[in-house]
Design a binder for this molecule. Structure first.
Ligand SMILES: [Cu+2]
Length: 506
């Protein structure tokens, strides 16, 4: 409806303009054409001069007014190393085109006034002028050569890939509708391989978990980078064209489905330093950039000032669909120490989301880090039990010891905790323990008792095999007689099927 009305309005306006033109034409005929025409020409010529002045002034004033918002000027000069050469190219291009712009605008309007139609004036005809031809060919050629060579130079610097021996960190950004999935290589410094056929709900990047380089890869929600460290961003897309755009760092590269691209850059100003730059004060103590001193929440004058809330951002610079705007991510540039601390807090995606699920190809083995973690946890529990005066605290579960179903055969992974127990026995030579086996209440009590005895005996044998003296060990089976949880639920029964040891003397 609004569109229809708008179209009607435009039609009516056109009709009115045409009608006014006709009326003017008729009036001219009545009043004597030439004299009227000459007067109108003078008026239009003068008006175009006025227009020129207003237009050029507006151009200069608006440029002055908005200068601190422009990416290449004032507080917004580049925050990356290569960015300054791009800024320089923009400045130098603006300088030359600016000169041409001002001269041509002035000439255009001045000529429109100077050579307006007048009674008796005739146009002169100039067929050719060699000197002029040379001047307006040579000057642009020289300027263009200068700009193109400078541009090529900047391009080669900005687009250069890393050399094989360079100290550089590589991260990965994958665009999809509508977010960025970031990936960091983890402690090994290497990104694991990907296969698009493996992409599913739990594996958003299609990481191949059989590739050990993937095990420690991190998928953080925030782009955090250390200052003054060269970063190579591998840019990929999972669906349509996106564009990896970090405006403050002059980084911009398409994310193309099926074809990884990259961008190498070095951030040189931390987020904190950039905030200080925006919040800088003049010599007299007033803000250098007052617009950054306004409250960040316009409805709350007490809210932090805009410069205090400033953040670098990652955007998608390709109109990639309806939710395009949602692809904004915050970017934080921090000191090397802060970066290491942040990295230490991140958990690998594999460990938090894939480990011991159906998708985990390493279910039947432990990683070195897990072995160390479990040993430390076990030693903690033992020393707590030793220092406690409470009899019930002296009973410890061997929670990582398990058996083949219905048999006393130890599973392969059980040996790690049993080895922890062996080293504890070696560390505390006076410690005497009783190993006890327990079952749930499924099946008949007599065979459960037998099974629990056999299982406790198996652990006993293992410890003896590792050199623990038999005098310090005993084994007992209690079957289903000592449940620690209900036998009515599968979880409760799982808790009841257990192997424990009790510290008898220490
Ligand atoms: Cu996008």
């Amino acid at each position: 409806m609004t569109v229809l009305l708008a179209i009607l309005c435009i039609l009516l306006l056109t009709v009115i303009v045409v009608q006014i033109g006709r009326v003017n034409e008729l009036a001219t005929k009545i009043r004597g054409e030439e004299e009227i025409q000459a007067r109108a020409n003078s008026r239009h010529g003068a008006l175009s001069l006025v227009f020129m002045i207003v237009f050029l002034l507006a151009t200069v004033i608006s440029a002055m007014y908005y200068k601190d918002h422009m990416l290449w000027y004032g507080p917004n000069t580049s925050a990356s190393e290569h960015g300054s050469s791009l800024d320089y190219m923009f400045n130098i291009t603006l300088f030359f085109t600016g000169i041409v712009f001002v001269i041509t605008q002035i000439l255009l309007f001045y000529f429109a006034w100077k050579y307006r139609g007048e009674k008796g004036r005739k146009a002169s005809f100039m067929p050719h002028d060699n000197r002029l031809e040379v001047v307006w060919t040579a000057i642009p050629a020289v300027v263009m050569t200068f700009l193109v060579v400078g541009g090529l130079d900047a391009w080669n610097e900005v687009m250069a890939d890393v050399k094989s021996d360079e100290d550089v960190m590589e991260i990965e950004a994958t665009g999809f509708q509508f977010a960025w999935q970031l990936r960091y290589p983890g402690p090994d410094g290497l990104l694991g391989t990907r296969n698009f056929e493996m992409i599913d709900a739990t594996n958003p990047l299609g990481q191949d978990w059989t590739d050990k380089k993937n095990i420690d890869d991190i998928q953080p929600s925030e782009l955090v980078l250390p200052v003054n460290k060269k970063v190579r961003v591998r840019i990929t897309s999972r669906d349509v064209l996106h564009n990896f755009y970090l405006p403050h760092f002059r980084v911009k590269m398409d994310a193309v489905p099926g074809m990884p691209t990259y961008f190498v850059f070095t951030p040189k100003i931390t987020t904190e330093e950039y905030r200080q730059r925006l919040g800088a004060l003049k010599a007299d103590g007033t803000p250098k950039y007052p617009e950054w001193y306004e409250p960040s929440d316009p409805s709350d004058p007490e809210s932090p000032r805009r410069y205090e809330n400033f953040n670098y951002e990652l955007a998608c610079a390709e109109l990639c669909g309806q939710g395009h705007y949602a692809m904004r991510r915050l970017v934080r540039i921090v000191s090397e120490a802060e970066y290491e601390a942040w990295l230490g807090e991140q958990q690998s995606y594999y460990m938090s989301s894939i480990r011991n699920t159906d998708a985990d190809p390493w279910k039947d083995m432990l990683f070195d880090s897990e072995i160390k973690e479990r040993a430390a946890e076990f030693n903690d529990r033992v020393s707590q039990a030793l220092s406690s005066g409470n009899a019930s605290d002296k009973v410890l579960a061997l929670d990582h010891v398990s058996y083949q179903p219905g048999s006393a055969e130890l599973t392969a992974l059980s040996r790690y905790q049993l080895d922890n127990l062996v080293s504890v026995m070696n560390n505390y030579p006076n410690m005497v323990i009783e190993i006890s086996g327990h079952t749930d209440n499924t099946g008949d009590a007599a065979s459960n008792l037998q099974l629990s005895e056999a299982r406790a005996r198996k652990v006993y044998d293992y410890l003896v095999g590792k050199g623990v003296a038999t005098a310090r060990l005993s084994a007992a089976g209690y079957g289903q007689t000592r449940p620690i949880a209900t036998n009515d639920t599968p979880e409760g029964r799982e808790k009841n099927r257990r192997t424990e040891f009790r510290i008898v003397a220490q």
